[in-house]
Design a protein around this ligand. Sequence first.
Ligand code: HEM
Length: 765
Amino acid sequence: HVVVEQNEMSPTQHDIIRDVFIPENQHFTPAPKHMRPALGRCTDGAECVNFVSCPAHVRMASKQFCEILGGSKGICCKSGQNHTDPSKDQSQHPILRLDIGALRAVCRKVRQELMELRSREIQLLLSRESTILHPGSASYSHYRNSRRFNTDEMAQVSHMASRAMEIAIATRAFKEREGISNTQLELGMIDEDLSQTPLGHNCVQMPLCPISAEKYRRIDGSCNNRLYPNWGIALSPYSRLLPPDYQDGIWTPRTSKINSEVLPSPRLISTTIFYEKDVPNNDYTLLLMQFGQLLSHEITQSLDFTFDNGSAISCCLQDGTDALPIQHRHYACMPIEIPGNDQFFGVFNQRCMNFVRSILSPRHDCSFGYAQQMNKVTHFIDGSSIYGSTPEQTGELRSFDGGRLKVFYDFGRELLPLTKDADACLTMERGSACFTSGDTRTNQMITLVVMHTIFLREHNRVAGILQHLNPHWNDERLFWEARQIVVAKMQVVVYKEFLPTLLGDLTMEEFDLHLAKNYEYSFEYDERVEPSVINEFAAAAYRFGHSMVNGLLKIYGPTKTEEMIFIPEIMFYPSRMRMRTFLDEALTTLTTEPIQDVDESLTEALTNYMFRGGNPYGVDLAAFNIQRGRDHGLRAYNDYRELVGMSRYTSFEHFGPNIGNKLSSLYKTVDDVDLWVGGLLEEKAAGSILGQTFKNIIAEQFSRLKKGDRYFFENAPNINPGYFSPDQLFELRKASMSRLICDNSDGILLARQASNAFRKPGVPG
Ligand code: HEM
């Protein structure tokens, strides 16, 4: 197994370890830079790229098509995948600037509105209406997903979110004053750096990066890109494939294209389109789902607004029979209406599902513009789910002994450390367990806890081996080296096993997602590629995973099924982890049971019972996904079909007669269909378990996360300050999910593993 050393160190360190690591036999074979054959012949120096890869403002100006590798249609893109290309369609929409008079008026308006918002918040907190959500309900567990790590983090996040809110309010005031159109806002035509204005206190300071590169990637993701050191940093905005669709161009959710009517209730869409049905896909194991969720938490987390004092916001009457009257609602409320005839919630007289909008993030360029949602975690695949996204978080997770992370020893087994945060699980009673890790959603599903445990143990295992080989290394050195190796292994699993399984080989080729081979370095890094998580990915496409979830977790004993666990029973209640055999049992289930197929069947464990705890009913994840898409200003599905190079649907029938009928009973026009809904209903693309639209958005995201990450493990020495040696790369590329499981399970029940843990045993690939 790989035991590796780094070969770029300070002179003293180098002296000490020279005898330990001698890169004698360096098989240095640089991988050739991938050149796309542009069969359609792009002119003017344009590059032939996948439609989705060409930045929106550049793509809009190009009408020349080409053929990319594998025969798919691409677009001749002037900037390639370069997100720094400044060109905007200035001819049609002149750049707007702010004069000093307008600025003063805007600032006055902002001050006044902020004061009003604050006093209203105080009134709401003091009011006797049920404006605060209390523990015990399913809605409160939903809120648990956006828990802050501690009070310091809460303060920092709130501070950033209020700055962003201030800019959104200022944008609205400016828009109203100057008569700016939504299109101008969408296209980012207000070219005003606010940093030198009275609104400048809302701008976020650029991180200070040392001139000579740091060997280890930073915990908060800063200073990865030398030109844009805040790209990919924690607490920064999502990027976008297309400009948002907000009714006011700024933050008000979109309405129907027909007469601006309200869009159908997300719960009604959920019950009309999605249904409970067992449709296993026997090619893939449930681990695809569970690793998929871990990976989503690794790169994205949006947070709900809270009251200034951290209390969770309630948008419904306490008994759920209606939404709170508008005068008692927080401005971030966007409650989901439950139709009166809802077959499930109707029984409990529920007419309102709590939904609070995502907090906003200051814009990178500190300008006026539409609202941007905040990603709380680092955007990179950098182990933030294991180590946290702030140095303080990492400090709390480290044991500061032998480079290891803290563990909870439970009868000789290493589990994640227990948390003291009473809000992290349903219960903290004696005998139960509630864990902490780099991510605050860890306890949401017990099988997610299992994944976190595997990676925690892997870190400590690697640290232990490094210590054995390098007894002169101190805790600090051991920690950072082990982290670098674990992150590299995670990247190998993602690009060597997970993505090919999800996307298929052709798409891996089209998007240059394959890892380099053997001893090769990669030279694919492009500092003009913006790695940040794409809003359409986080709020819709990557949520395809909810369709893979099986509502029942079958637990096998040594010979037969021992228990069927209905998953709402193990959400935010991971105490079973303390049973000696559970980890191995859960791993057996994950690596042998099938996923549910990605389609319109969705377990009612997620649509009716999610987070129910001890209650008879829970909340609806499908409805949340739809509402979240609207909250984040995602455009309708049709726009994204076009984006990935397909023709728009002009009639509901294009979805097929049955679904088409259902959709037409809900939406006023086919141009209103939500992205998450349309994407899931698409036919599967060849070689993938996803339809074309989701497949392209997801492939583009992982292309950016590879090409836009200077510290990507296989990047060459002139790119990656923490580069590995060719021999080390050769060893690291052997990493696999199966190996991670074998090395870190309890070895009580698990004896054998298929080589690809994401494929059902016996299925080739
Ligand atoms: C039992 C399993 C799962 C449960 C209970 C669950 C639950 C949730 C919940 C409650 C949210 C927040 C919804 C909102 O308020 O907008 C969410 C978000 C999300 N989920 Fe899942 N999920 C599961 C599995 C998965 C899987 C398998 C994937 C992908 C393969 C996935 C991808 C995502 C993504 C990308 C988000 C958005 C994260 C963010 O940006 O905040 N989830 N999920």
